[in-house]
Ligand binder design. Structure first.
Ligand code: B16
Ligand code: MG
Length: 219
């Protein structure tokens, strides 16, 4: 029976920080004089900060010099930090703690695999940092999802071959990254949007109690 490990995305799986990214990016768009909607915000999920700004500027059909872009990136992150430093354990998404308890009981290790450079801060804010066997975040990677780099580093931390890792993701780019890493993927959120995933659930509360036991037996 092969050992398995789990890699969790952060935003959209463990917490909903997309709402804070939205508020911070909307402030940038307001200052630049164009509308930025929640539908636009969907395009930024799972995408790096720098890429998010490129998408935002495309939406506003604005071209800016590099120095201006750097200023926006800094002020956006300051605004975002103001939101996330107020976060607490009450913002952990439903089903997360029960799932981590289940993994602990089964002796299955888990790491974080997130595009966010603020992942450690967020996990500390919600009191879950100490539970992860390792953290792979936006500071550790040079290539963004759908490149598999973030998850392949996660597999190394778990000391497991990629084929023995299961990724929980809420973004299309994240599911693609898991596929590119040759890992099993669990899509959390809209089943149609995440149809490329091996398994789909609307949220973690829907995960069957025997999900991992059956996976271990199957492999
Ligand atoms: P930061 P994830 C991603 O987190 C977010 O989904 C995405 O919207 C954000 O742009 C990215 O982190 C970078 O975040 O500005 O904090 O470095 O879903 O990969 O956990
Ligand atoms: Mg995500």
């Amino acid at each position: 029976m092969d050992k398995i490990g789990v890699i969790f995305d952060l935003d959209g799986v463990i917490v909903d920080t997309a709402k804070y990214h939205f508020l911070a990016w909307k402030k940038c768009a307001d200052a630049l004089g164009f509308e930025f909607t929640e539908a636009h915000n969907e395009l930024l999920k799972g995408v790096s900060r720098v890429r998010s700004l490129e998408i935002l500027l495309d939406i506003g059909q604005i071209t800016l010099p590099e120095a201006e872009k750097q200023k926006i990136l800094t002020s956006k992150n300051e605004d975002y930090l103001a939101y996330i430093t107020k976060m607490g354990a009450d913002e952990i998404l439903p089903g997360v703690e029960k799932l981590l308890d289940q993994l602990d009981a089964l002796g299955i290790k888990y790491v974080l695999g997130s595009a966010s450079k603020n992942a450690t801060l967020i996990l500390n804010q919600i009191g879950l940092y100490h539970r992860f066997f390792g953290i792979v975040d936006g500071n550790a990677v040079s290539k963004a999802k759908p490149d598999p780099e973030v998850f392949l580093i996660g597999a190394k931390k778990l000391k497991l071959p990629p084929e023995n890792c299961i990724v929980f993701e809420d973004a299309i780019a994240g599911i693609e990254a898991a596929k590119n890493a040759r890992m099993l993927s669990v899509g959390i959120g809209n089943k149609k949007t995440l149809s490329a995933a091996d398994y789909n659930f609307n949220d973690l509360t829907e995960l069957p109690a025997n999900f991992f036991k059956e996976l271990v037996v199957e492999r």
